[in-house]
Design a protein around this ligand. Sequence first.
Ligand SMILES: [Zn+2]
Length: 305
Amino acid sequence: MHSLPAGVTFFERGWLSSNNILIQDSEQAILIDSGYWTHAEQTHALISTALHQQPLTMLINTHLHSDHCGGNAHLQAIYPALKTYIPPGHAEFVDDWNPQVLTYVPTGQHCPPFKRTASLQDGDAVVLNNQIWRIHVAPGHDPHSVVIFNESAGVLISADALWENGFGVVFPEIEGVSAFDEVESTLNIIENLNPKLVLPGHGSAFSDVSDAIDRARSRLDQFKKAPDKHASYAAKVLLKFKLLEFQRIKLVDFLMWGHATQYLKMLFEKYAEDKSFDAWFFDLCKSLEKSCACAMDDEHIININ
Ligand SMILES: [Zn+2]
């Protein structure tokens, strides 16, 4: 495995929180992504151990999904001088907090409101330890997502644009906005950057980048050929994410959450109207159970892993 550059700590988290990357030199300490809100104290505990009394000076969000910026408010309260930079697309909805546009309402998730200092632009860079970390726009999973590349070390912070096995749900597609082509162009951008090591938003760091890109492209091809496969993947991701938060919940309450979750309603209406919403929802639960992502008894659904 290609090694991390000096001053970089990679925190691989469970799937409810995105991974976090801390980049430090003697003057600055920058955190990339802050995890989900229910883990905010854990996130702070992890980074404060690595910081050794140094204050966190900057927070950068690769995108504004709840699992990437849910800890922002907590960190802003702890480090009042913290500067927070976000991708530009949703800046006005952060300033005038809008949980609908920011996807927290339609995903049935939550994110405590936070403030931003400024927006990131394509090509912006931060310099730490004499190494440049540059922002590249990377739409697809989210229209406003960015990835961050250290050219001299060949290290890419890929967020949810590229994982070792695939990439994140293509959220615009849930809303009926085509974005598979954007996923492809972002994979091309990553291939051209030619990273030696990728620090993804979820899962382990990896060095066999061309294999990962091949896997991502073949998954994308499957989704393009059969968008219903992507729809069912997206629905199961939404369910599993919420189960990670609930851990154990009565099936009737889980179903009630499902009924209130707009993205699930949209997926159901577009792809599954041949059955009832409840039947579709329970089929998804059963499919998660089959893949050992949850267990069910007569009354409850329980998260596994
Ligand atoms: Zn995401």
